[in-house]
Design a protein around this ligand. Structure first.
Ligand code: ATP
Ligand code: MG
Length: 429
């Protein structure tokens, strides 16, 4: 039986449905031992201690949570006093991180509504807020009902203020409060709606879905560094292809990749790369944020490079993309490498050049990129891709035979006129 609890919150009534241990499927066996340690210590010190957010949603859905977040009425300083392995972080929100080797358990103090305490910009976006509140206040600041369920360590019940359990059963995403206001406060919530819809296969309730179609331009006000973080979560967590389709459907892709969005939808190279990224993640292979970024801007780069110098085109494309999302410098370097090496892979000249290309640390990414171009039907690279595939997959004997077929290049003599078309070293195997 569900027990109903009614509480007054300012002028609103906040109803909490308490789902007892026997009526939900969350078992402590599936909760991180370190998270349980933190919960018990807070509880034993007399504080309220709850698991909240994505971990509860994922446990209810039978998935393996990525991390375990805790909410409490202890303030960050009080949390710090309880744990010697605790560090306080964050400017916008002060948070406690409790460290257990590589696992970090994040402990957040319940937050009050933003109105009185926050600083907003002219678009109504929250820039800074840090007021502590009650659980009834904390719940109203969360994004979706399915992300606002609290698991109470005191009695192992799930506390549901916003019909999150029902939405989990209905498999739908519902923003808490007025959707337009919530998107204006934080436009990233639009991207989060897409991300969870793609990851969980949930629908977005029409009330939460409709405003996205007209409010996407607010993403232009989000700091570029935050958008890069969101890009990683959107595209590098195993659901890149469905995320791409939803971003297109909700007209948000153009906010993240303005030039790529001008290509026909489902560009074969883009689709091949998205599917390849998902497959690599499913196979637990390594991935880099730079690879898909290099893919998204490849066609725009080709078009621009027809009008201006290739290196200037690279600079311009990268500069434009940096204005939208702040890609860290090392990844920009990797994008540039992959693009630059394409030409060298296509025009193999001498055995020595081939061997030194193969030895480069950037070879693998550039080679994968070339294979995908061929797979996506770029006719002129298919012979080069096949040649390299035979070389890479072959043993020493196969490689030597391939290299032997390349005639050694003659040094270009410094004569006034040389017909380069007939130079014997220029091979495209
Ligand atoms: P994931 O499994 O991808 O980590 P998550 O729901 O745990 O999903 P986090 O970004 O880790 O997502 O955030 C933890 C919780 O904090 C969310 O479940 C939600 O309750 C709240 N939250 C995060 N970002 C926002 C936001 N932009 N607006 C409101 N609440 C948010
Ligand atoms: Mg999380």
């Amino acid at each position: 039986m569900l027990k109903k609890l009614f509480k007054w919150f300012k002028k609103d009534v906040v109803h909490a449905t308490i789902v007892p241990r026997a009526e939900h499927g969350i078992s402590r066996d599936n909760i991180s031992k370190n998270a349980l340690k933190v919960l018990y210590r807070l509880h034993n010190a007399g504080f309220g201690a709850f698991l909240v957010g994505g971990c509860i949603r994922d446990l209810l859905l039978g998935k393996h949570p990525k991390d375990f977040d805790i909410a409490t009425n202890a303030d960050p300083e009080q949390v710090k006093q309880l744990f010697s392995n605790c560090r306080l972080i964050g400017r916008r929100f002060r948070l406690a991180h409790v460290h257990f080797g590589s696992e970090i358990i994040e402990v957040a103090t319940f937050r009050a509504p933003h109105v009185a305490s926050s600083v907003q910009n002219v678009h109504g976006m929250i820039l800074r807020d840090n007021e502590w509140g009650s659980i009834e206040e904390d719940v109203l600041r969360r994004d979706f009902t399915i992300n606002a369920l609290y698991y109470n360590i005191a009695d192992f019940s799930v506390v549901d203020f916003v019909s999150g359990m029902q939405d989990i059963k209905k498999q739908q995403l519902n923003l808490i409060g007025n959707p337009e206001k919530r998107y204006r406060e934080d436009p990233v919530r639009m991207l989060r709606a897409i991300r969870f819809a793609a990851k969980l296969g949930f629908s977005i309730h029409p009330n939460s879905a409709k405003p996205i179609l007209t409010m996407g331009n607010l993403l232009a006000n989000v700091p570029a560094a935050r958008l890069f973080e969101e890009y990683n979560k959107l595209f590098l967590t195993g659901h890149a292809y469905s995320t791409y389709n939803l971003l297109i459907e909700y007209d948000l892709f153009k906010q993240l990749f303005p030039r790529t969005a001008k290509l026909p939808v489902n560009d074969p190279f883009v689709v091949a790369a998205l599917r390849n990224t998902d497959a690599r993640i499913a196979a637990e292979k390594s991935i880099s944020p730079s690879f898909l970024l290099a893919v998204f801007s490849w066609q725009p780069l080709q078009e621009l490079a027809q009008r201006i110098d290739f290196h200037d085109a690279m600079d311009q494309i990268l500069r434009e993309q940096q204005r939208v999302m702040a890609v860290p410098r090392r990844f920009v370097g990797m994008i540039r490498d992959v693009w630059e090496v394409q030409q060298r892979l296509e025009h193999r000249r001498t055995p020595r050049q081939i061997e030194s290309l193969f030895a480069l640390s950037k070879f693998r990414a550039a080679y994968d990129f070339l294979l995908l171009r061929a797979q996506a039907g770029e006719q002129q690279v298919i012979p080069s891709a096949e040649w390299w595939r035979t070389y890479v997959e072959g043993d020493e004997d196969v490689r030597n035979k391939l290299l032997a077929k390349i005639k050694p290049s003659k040094r270009k003599k410094k004569k006034p006129k040389v017909n380069t078309d007939t130079l014997s070293g220029t091979q495209s195997c």
